[in-house]
Write a protein that binds this ligand. Structure first.
Ligand SMILES: C[S@@+](CC[C@H](N)C(=O)[O-])C[C@H]1O[C@@H](n2cnc3c(N)ncnc32)[C@H](O)[C@@H]1O
Length: 264
C-alpha cells in the first residue's frame, strides 16, 4: 500500500521536507519524533529547516491527529537556548493545538553541571490538529483500592465529613513519564546505539498506544535508528520513516530487519 510516493512500512533516505512534499493532505494519524536540536554537528551537519517542516507536518496530519515532538535544550555559555519553547510556539502559530506539554524523565542521567542540578528530562510536546480524536489512556494500579471511609474537603464550617466511597483499582498516568535509558533501558538492540541520540522504545510504544488504534499510520520524519517505526509495527500500526543520513537510514533498516518477518 502506498501513501504519496512511498510504500508504507518502509524507511526512506530522504530529507523529510522533500519527502513530505510528496505526501497528500491529511494522511497521517500520529507522528512521534525527535528533531536534531541545537547541535547539528551531532547529526553529520545536515540542514534542518524547522519552520517549513512544522508547516508541512500540519498539512499532512489528519484532523484529530497528534504530533509528539520530543526535544530538549542545549546550554550555551550557561544559557539555555529555549529552542524547545520557541519550536512549541511556532507549532501553535502554524495551526496546531498545544494539547499537552509532557515530560520525558530519564531515570539514569550522569551528573553534568557543577553549578546547577542535574538535568534529567526532555519535553514531549503533544500537538494536535484540532481536537484529538483518539485517546486510549494508559492506566496504572492505585496503591489502595476498595470501599473506604473517605474524608471530604473541609467546607467553610471547618468540619471534615466522612463518607463511604470506593477507591478505584487504577488511575490514568500523569503526564510525566520516566524511562531507563542506555542498553537494556532504551532498547536491547545493540545496533541502535550506533546512533548518538535515540529515545526509548517504551516512550514510542506508550505514545503509539495512547494516540492511535490498530492499522493507523504512524510517521517519523526524522527516524534516526528507527525506534518509532519498530514500535509502530510491534503494535500492529503501519509506519513511514524518513531519515536524511544514509548511514542512519541503513542502520534503521537493519534494525527493523531483526524483527519477526511475519509482522510485515
Ligand atoms: C534525535 S535523532 C532521532 C533519533 C530517533 N528518535 C531514534 O530513536 O533513533 C534526529 C534525526 O533527525 C535526522 N534529520 C535531521 N534533519 C533531517 C531532515 N531534514 N530530514 C530527515 N531527517 C533529518 C538526523 O540525521 C537524526 O538521525
Amino acid at each position: 500500500m502506498k501513501v504519496g510516493n512511498f510504500e508504507i512500512n518502509n524507511i526512506y533516505n530522504i530529507d523529510c521536507l522533500e519527502g513530505m512534499q510528496s505526501l497528500p493532505n491529511e494522511c497521517i494519524n500520529l507522528v512521534v519524533t525527535s528533531p536534531p536540536y541545537d547541535d547539528l554537528r551531532n547529526y553529520n551537519g545536515f540542514h534542518f529547516d524547522f519552520e517549513n517542516i512544522a508547516k508541512e507536518l500540519f498539512r499532512v496530519m489528519k484532523t484529530g491527529g497528534v504530533v509528539v515532538w520530543v526535544v530538549g535544550d542545549k546550554i550555551k555559555n550557561g544559557d539555555r537556548t529555549l529552542t524547545s519553547f520557541k519550536q512549541c510556539i511556532y507549532f501553535q502559530e502554524v495551526g496546531f493545538n498545544v494539547h499537552d506539554i509532557m515530560i520525558y524523565q530519564k531515570k539514569n542521567t550522569p551528573f553534568m553541571r557543577s553549578n546547577a542540578y542535574t538535568n534529567c528530562y526532555e519535553f514531549m510536546f503533544v500537538f494536535s490538529k484540532e481536537k484529538v480524536n483518539t485517546f486510549n489512556p494508559i492506566k496504572t494500579k492505585t496503591a489502595r483500592h476498595g470501599i473506604e471511609k473517605l474524608v471530604t474537603n473541609k467546607k467553610a464550617d471547618g468540619i471534615n465529613k466522612k463518607v463511604v466511597g470506593e477507591l478505584k483499582k487504577e488511575k490514568t498516568l500523569t503526564n510525566i513519564w520516566s524511562y531507563a535509558v542506555g542498553l537494556g533501558g532504551s532498547t536491547n538492540d545493540k545496533i541502535a546505539f550506533q546512533h548518538t541520540a535515540i529515545f526509548p522504545e517504551k516512550l514510542a510504544h506508550d505514545h503509539i498506544l495512547s494516540w492511535t488504534n490498530e492499522g493507523d499510520l504512524v510517521f517519523d520524519p526524522m527516524c534516526g535508528s528507527g525506534t518509532t517505526c519498530k514500535m509502530a509495527k510491534l503494535n500492529k500500526r503501519n509506519f513511514l520513516g524518513m531519515e536524511i543520513s544514509k548511514e542512519y537510514t541503513d542502520l534503521a533498516i537493519k534494525r527493523l530487519a531483526m524483527m519477526p518477518p511475519e509482522l510485515f
